[in-house]
Design a protein around this ligand. Structure first.
Ligand SMILES: NC(=O)c1ccc[n+]([C@@H]2O[C@H](COP(=O)([O-])OP(=O)(O)OC[C@H]3O[C@@H](n4cnc5c(N)ncnc54)[C@H](O)[C@@H]3O)[C@@H](O)[C@H]2O)c1
Length: 349
């Protein structure tokens, strides 16, 4: 295996563009060799900017192109499965943006396609590569805050994405698209599983979202296997900034990861609050996206499995789907209701 992998990017929208710039600037293990987008002008503009030699308007041409080792999927979520299937069939390792797909059945199909083809499939839960979240998890796992009993996390985006993106049929809607990061953190940071959710949503700041059947603000209460409780708050538009904060409260203290300067990463235990944060001049999550891509490339170069795979996407998606159902039906929903229903659909189809 060479010292660098040749990577093709599928999807040159907001996230694909961010990835491409970071890959070019900060990921020595990767050479970006091709970009595909159904909007080929987008692909071409990005390729010219970054000196990427090949451009396609169809992902099938990219995954089949000779010399491509692996594929980064940053296409719209509703298109992930077909790209994953084609990339796997072509024998390419895959790093796919979250979530892998919009249903449990499609997530299982994506994981099965990768497994059948014997290729790696890593999901882009970039928070897992963020230095502050990693430290928090290590400290929780080491028992520094005792047994976690309360999880709380919020994600406020600064700007409403384009309406076409907000459409639940394209992105999954707020509870799947944004919520999935928090639901993954809920599992990963506590080491516990969410069994039930109760969600509320509102169109409170952006009435233009209402015709899409989604909301721009939501809160979700969580109940974990062992009885621990949690809450997640989401909004697609906070006037002041992008803001992400998470706290795990345990019997002995609390692990906190935050974005705002007044709330750096901290560990609070009786008599002591230890600030433990990445310097704030590091652009939030850019370093995590770089670490994520480097880990993916290193897994290929060192011939190891990837760390965050299909099972993680499935588990977090199930919580998001249960929350979506809870919000629409106005009742608490057990996570097994969603996985059970989807499995029935999958076996019927
Ligand atoms: N990790 C994060 O924090 C984060 C943030 C934003 C978006 N995302 C994820 O990134 C993905 C893309 O989101 P975005 O915000 O960039 O959306 P976007 O709409 O800006 O871009 C999607 C791009 O994919 C292209 N596309 C659609 N189908 C395609 C196909 N079959 N082949 C090639 N190109 C195709 C579209 O033309 C568009 O240019 C989504 O899965 C989303 O969930 C992740």
């Amino acid at each position: 295996m060479p010292a660098r992998i040749a990577l093709g990017l599928v999807g040159a929208g907001r996230m694909g563009t961010t990835h491409a710039h970071l890959l070019a600037r900060a990921v020595p293990e990767v050479r970006l060799v091709a970009i595909a987008d159904v909007d080929v002008v987008r692909a071409r503009v990005l390729a010219e900017e970054l000196d990427v030699p090949a451009v396609f308007d169809d992902h099938r041409d990219l995954v089949g192109a000779p010399g491509v080792d692996a594929v980064l999927v940053a296409a719209s979520t509703s298109r992930h499965l077909e790209v994953i299937r084609d990339a796997a069939a072509a024998g390419r390792d895959i790093l796919c943006e979250k979530p892998l797909a919009l249903t449990i059945a499609e997530t299982d199909a994506a994981a099965a396609a990768a497994e059948r083809a014997g290729v790696r499939l890593q999901v882009g839960f970039m928070r897992r590569w963020d230095a502050d979240y990693r430290r928090a998890r290590a400290r929780v796992a080491a028992g520094e805050i005792g047994r976690p009993f309360l999880f709380k996390s919020l994600q406020f985006d600064a700007e409403l994405p384009p309406l076409a993106f907000c459409d639940p049929a394209v992105s999954g809607g707020i509870l799947v698209d944004m919520g999935i990061h928090e639901f993954d953190l809920a599992r990963w940071l506590t080491g516990d599983e969410v069994v039930e959710v109760h969600a509320y949503g509102g169109v409170l700041a952006h009435p233009e979202l209402a015709p899409l059947g989604d909301v721009e603000t939501a809160v979700v209460n969580l109940r974990f296997t062992g009885g621990a409780l949690g809450s997640v708050e989401l909004t697609r538009s906070a006037a002041y900034a992008e803001d992400v904060r998470t706290e795990v409260v345990g019997e002995l203290g609390s692990a906190f990861v935050g974005l705002l300067p007044l709330t750096a990463g901290a560990l609070a235990v009786p008599g002591r609050i230890a600030v433990d944060a990445t310097p704030l001049d590091v652009s939030r999550f850019a370093a995590a996206l770089v670490a994520q891509a480097r880990a993916f490339a290193r897994a290929i170069l060192d011939d190891r499995p990837v760390e965050v795979g299909g099972a993680e996407s499935r588990a977090a998606l199930a919580i998001g789907l249960a929350a979506h159902r809870s919000m629409h039906e106005g009742r608490p929903v057990a996570v097994t209701e969603v996985t059970g229903a989807d499995e029935t659909e999958a076996s019927a189809g």
